[in-house]
Design a protein around this ligand. Structure first.
Ligand code: FAD
Length: 344
């Protein structure tokens, strides 16, 4: 009797989820493959969102794949559906609308969300997010009215965005502290180089300072810092790093630390459950240690490796080639992050 094709379910329609789906389909033409995403549209390439602000391009030009790709590859894409629980014992997921869904093999590729420092949680409504296509479209509408923007933190998403803001002639203040360099590893030499680079680009840098208060004033904001600086600004972006999106795994028994702990084969502590991309904390034999996955290059690579292991290959991870970010002539090495330059 012919072996029944497996049902593969992927939580997440980002780089990791899509790369895994493509590999699974190639390796198993008859398998039942479903991608579930909480977002209302399929995946836009995040690394293009900063440059999207600079021209009149249609947002659909940023789709990773056209919608038809999923149909052509017989991959069921279920949008606007949020997973609220995973039960590895029963091989089951629970969706927010109370549907239970069975899987044979599950990949969690649920990415990351902006980190909101506890001290700023009461100002959440006054901070602007720049995390997806909707945020980018709303911001492009408002650009004409902005003269000055503030970066609350100095993560790479914010730095890339700052590059576009500069090209649009906006003034920028960047409030930096040791927690806000994500995903660059913080040390004094990185900090000094970054401050130097930003200053060369005429960005005001408030180093070793933190935002303490944000007050709405007319159409703008007043941002106050611990060191006594008062900034009148049109918008304050939350750019203080990202944290894995894994709340829905509470109670699943799957081991997590910062992200979901996976071994070198991207397997979690639960049977038939793998994890990849920015939700995963990965064991690298080369380091003999775990490293939190960040960036597009890692997400694609780890999605592919997970899928190969889900197809019963025994493929171990290796570190991604380093990428480079350039700011004011200063270069920064990133691991798994597709580089950019704000100088060109
Ligand atoms: C504005 C911006 C700019 C960036 N620029 C760069 C860059 O220049 N270079 C670079 O390397 N990286 C960049 N990144 C980071 C890069 O986009 C991420 O590393 C990459 O997208 C991670 O892929 P992922 O598949 O792990 O997660 P994501 O792409 O974040 O996808 C997560 C998916 O999981 C789904 N999901 C989450 N929770 C649930 C749930 N409970 N139920 C159902 N679905 C769920 C989401 O809907 C989404 O489809 C940028 C990110 C942003 C936000």
């Amino acid at each position: 009797m012919a072996k029944k094709a497996l049902k593969y379910v992927i939580i997440g329609d980002g780089h990791a989820g899509n790369s895994a789906a493509e590999t699974l389909r190639r390796g198993s033409p008859d398998a039942d493959i479903a991608i579930i995403s909480a977002k209302p549209t399929h995946y836009f390439d995040h690394s293009m969102l900063a440059s999207f602000l600079l021209d009149k391009k249609d947002i659909t030009s940023l789709y990773l794949y056209p919608y038809t790709w999923y149909k052509e590859h017989t991959i069921r894409l279920r949008l606007n559906q949020t997973v609220i629980r995973v039960d590895p014992g029963k091989h089951e997921l629970m969706l927010a609308h109370n549907e239970r869904m069975h899987y044979d093999r599950l990949l969690v590729a649920s990415g990351a969300k902006p980190k909101l420092p506890e001290s700023l949680s009461r100002y959440k409504g006054l901070l602007t997010m720049f995390t997806d296509a909707v945020d980018a479209m709303k911001l492009r509408e408002r650009l004409g009215k902005l003269k000055h923007v503030t970066m609350v933190g100095g993560d790479c998403i914010g730095l890339h965005l700052a590059g576009s803001m500069l090209k649009l002639g906006k003034s920028i203040t960047c409030i930096l502290n040791e927690y806000s360099f994500w995903p660059l590893e913080y040390d004094t030499s990185v900090k000094d180089k970054l401050i130097e680079g930003l200053k060369k680009k005429h960005i005001e840098v408030l180093a070793d300072d933190i935002t303490t208060e944000i007050v709405k004033e007319g159409t703008g904001l007043t941002v106050m810092t611990k060191n006594g600086k008062i900034i009148k600004t049109d918008l304050a972006f939350l750019t203080s790093g990202m944290i894995p999106n894994i709340d829905f795994l509470d109670g699943s028994g799957i081991d997590v630390q910062t992200g979901i702990l996976v071994d070198e084969y991207m397997h979690t502590s639960a049977q038939d459950v793998w994890a990849a991309g920015e939700c995963a904390t990965v064991y690298y034999p080369e380091l003999k240690d775990y490293r939190q996955s960040t960036g597009e290059v890692n997400a694609k690579m780890l999605g592919n490796i997970s899928a190969r292991n889900m197809l019963d290959e025994k493929k171990a991870v290796s570190l991604a080639e380093p990428g480079k970010i350039t700011i004011g002539g200063e270069d920064f090495i990133t691991y798994g992050w597709k580089g950019f330059s704000i100088d060109v």
